[in-house]
Design a binder for this molecule. Structure first.
Ligand SMILES: Cc1cc2nc3c(=O)[nH]c(=O)nc-3n(C[C@H](O)[C@H](O)[C@H](O)COP(=O)(O)OP(=O)(O)OC[C@H]3O[C@@H](n4cnc5c(N)ncnc54)[C@H](O)[C@@H]3O)c2cc1C
Length: 384
């Protein structure tokens, strides 16, 4: 068993670290967080590194599928600027991984080279006002008329829908199907199609990465846009299940990055801040908090590494990916909150970054499947 990073991953990590240091200085991230602005310029610069090709086969101009490489990118960016990490997820995972895994040849040719170049972004539209954890209850309909689907309904909390080019959208194409998940289809809907309208939802954190309500009013979408081709009509749920484990992995990687970023803030402060004539990190209470935080982070890293290895090698990983998502995102929340405690009153002041890590961390145990749903998956796999 070799726990050392492969040389190519070490170099990738170094490249992304240099990028973050140069292009995402703390002051800029603070400013962008306050403005709540989509960091397009930064994403373009990130794409110039070539990392948007890490989930895309070489025949479509990518670097070949390297899930752990993509995880390193998400982690390193999320340490400093989680919202940019999520934009990368839209490119490499919502787009690259999904199309490479489930798209047909025409779709791969159409989207993958542009995704590899970072020229287009995908969002992933599953959640509806009445179908969150229970996504298979989706009510947005697609009615076939000739060679088109007419889509009506609404989605909510869709990350980056407003700046995405395409939305992989879960629609109901057979209302009578039993069980209900057998009547669902994944459709690639152009985000600017006629009849699509959006509104941003105001939220607590991940500023710069939007969450949108999306309304579909008689949106005509070519039937050829069914993910994988027309033979995948009513087979969307199975396609979704096929990519779910990677989705859990990518959110876990966001959690790892956020936890590490918050930890670095907290440990730095504990070494500097003096009370009772010594750095607060010398008090056992604070030192033990930091020791626990560090241990949790390293444990999360191991589960993530193992999950990425399983997925990269096409091995069963439902339980590992659910554990990675559950554990790493809860660690992010714990570490950020403990970090805030270590900062004392200053942790609550907007001029220190630890509050941003708290705000950003809180969504991670919710988005992409809640911690409760992850525990349900784990328990089910344990035969409970
Ligand atoms: C910032 C943000 C970005 C998001 N981005 C996207 C996106 O890009 N695409 C997308 O499709 N969705 C997105 N989501 C939606 C997210 O995936 C859902 O919020 C999440 O799946 C939970 O659904 P819900 O909010 O409807 O909560 P509900 O499903 O109503 O759950 C409410 C509570 O009940 C619990 N619960 C529900 N069912 C069970 C059960 N069976 N067992 C135990 N507990 C249960 C939940 O864990 C939760 O605590 C995003 C959400 C946020 C906040």
């Amino acid at each position: 068993m070799d726990f050392a990073l492969k040389e190519e991953h070490r170099m990738l990590q170094e490249t992304v670290r240099k990028f973050v240091k140069k292009e995402c200085p703390r002051e800029l991230v603070r400013e962008l967080d306050e403005k709540d602005e989509f960091p397009r310029t930064l994403f373009v610069k990130l794409a110039d590194l070539g990392v948007t090709g890490l989930t895309i086969p070489t025949e479509y101009d990518g670097l070949g599928r390297d899930l752990y490489g993509a995880v390193i990118v998400v982690e390193e960016i999320s340490k400093r600027y989680p919202a940019l990490g999520w934009v990368y997820v839209m490119s490499a995972f919502y787009g690259g991984e999904n199309i490479a895994k489930s798209g047909n040849t025409a779709q791969k040719k159409m989207y993958l080279p542009r995704l590899a170049e970072g020229k287009i972004l995908f969002s992933y539209a599953l959640t509806e006002p009445n179908a969150g954890s229970d996504a298979s209850s989706a009510q947005t309909t697609g009615v076939k008329k000739g060679d088109q689907y007419i889509v009506n309904g609404s989605k909510t909390f869709i990350t980056g829908a407003d700046y995405s080019d395409y939305m992989i959208t879960l629609i109901r194409t057979d209302k009578k199907a039993s069980p209900k998940y057998k009547g669902l289809t994944l459709l690639i809907v152009p985000s600017k199609a006629e009849g699509v309208s959006m509104k941003q939802i105001k939220k607590l954190g991940y500023k710069g990465s939007s969450a949108c309500e999306v309304l579909f009013e008689n949106v005509a979408v070519p039937a050829s846009n069914v993910l994988g081709g027309s033979e995948f009509e009513n087979r969307g749920w199975a396609q979704l299940m096929d990519t779910l484990e990677v989705e859990h992995l990518e959110v876990a990687a966001c959690g790892l990055g956020v936890a590490e970023g918050a930890f670095e803030e907290a440990v730095g402060y504990a070494k500097e801040r003096q009370q009772f004539g010594q750095p607060i990190g010398k008090f056992q209470a604070i030192a033990h908090m930091l020791a626990e935080m560090y241990t949790e982070i390293e444990a999360a890293r191991l589960i993530i590494q193992r999950t990425a290895w399983l997925l990269q090698n096409n091995k069963p990983s439902a339980i590992e990916s659910a554990m990675a998502k559950y554990y790493a995102t809860e660690v992010a929340k714990n570490v950020a909150l403990q970090g805030m405690q270590i900062f004392g009153g200053y942790g609550y002041a907007m001029e220190y970054d630890i509050q941003r890590y708290v705000r950003d961390s809180l969504v991670l145990p919710i988005g992409g499947g809640t911690s409760q749903i992850m525990k349900n998956i784990i328990a089910r796999k344990l035969g409970l």
